[in-house]
Design a protein around this ligand. Sequence first.
Ligand SMILES: *Cc1c(COP(=O)(O)O)cnc(C)c1O
Length: 387
Amino acid sequence: MDDEPRIETRAIHAGQEPDPETGALMTPIYANSTYEQDGPGDHRGFEYSRTGNPTRSDLEANLAALEGGEYGRAFSSGMGSINTVLNLLSAGDHVVTSDDVYGGTHRIFTQVYEEYDLEFSFVDTTDVEAVREAMREATELLWLETPTNPLMRVVDIAALSAVAHDHDALCAVDNTFATPYLQRPLEHGADIVSHSLTKYLGGHSDVVGGALVTDDEALDERLGFYQNSVGATPGPFDCFLVLRGTKTLPVRMDRHCANAKHLAAWLQGQACVDRVYYPGLESHPQHDLAARQMDDFGGMLSFELDATLEEASTVVSETEVFTLAESLGGVESLIEQPAAMTHAAIPPAEREAIGLTDGLIRASVGIEHVDDLERDLEQAFETAGLV
Ligand SMILES: *Cc1c(COP(=O)(O)O)cnc(C)c1O
């Protein structure tokens, strides 16, 4: 065992020292746009808050330590962090990514950056050979997500990072669903980890933010250049909220995982449920990979009801503990119907073809008592006439 503090300890202490003057334990909210200089250019580490702010610096150090990386950068949203990775590329470059990538990521790829002459190939990233075949001379980036949304596919970060590196491309992993408590992509060879802090890292559905972490100093400098030049940086209040959230990430994730595991098994036993998508189930096609790559299986699950679009809509409308809402990763349980909500923009035939059926329901399992969550789903199934 090395003597590096464990992640539970880093979550609370990394990047945060009591204030040397006052002894204040918590990082203050430094509500400053600018900082006194002792002479022109002679400052104490901060000159202007888009470039750097002490509350943000502590958050960035904390996030880097959680991912086991050297360098962290915080952004005003997850999309702000994804945009910054794309800023590394030039017209004519090619990107390989997954065919079930997060909707906002698909949108910035196809509706923003294709206009700037970047090219994107969408492939099944659970198939390492398919990814290898999609790589080209011009491929500069492999963008991965695991587990994916909403079907919880798990992709092999180590194998795919190696494919990217064989082609001198960067491998970036969106680690929003797993969080660093369950999965640390840098350990598996990824070059950049991306986060929506809005989800589990913030953890309380009260802040929007993003982050990038890397071990490569030169790469971090380039990311920092775009962070400062583009300016999608978070304010100190938002950084404070995320710092408050990360302290309890390990205990929250333990409960999210335990509750999701229980509900996945319970759902599998329900007559009106055709399929449950949860990496912790042995029936999950990448269960062994998930067990190797992750420390636990997370708080997100999906299930397919033997039901029409309307019946499934009734289920998500009738839950009382689960709130009908998009987003995920907060302490409260959320439920949604991808075909009618997050993935409604995909044409029905295409949706069915990739497994997003009308009866598919996605849950972000919160940290309430699991008995209340199970009872809540049961009464919603009954109200919808499914049992
Ligand atoms: C929410 C989310 C994003 C985008 O993050 P925002 O904070 O909403 O900008 C990116 N990737 C994944 C996997 C997400 O869930």
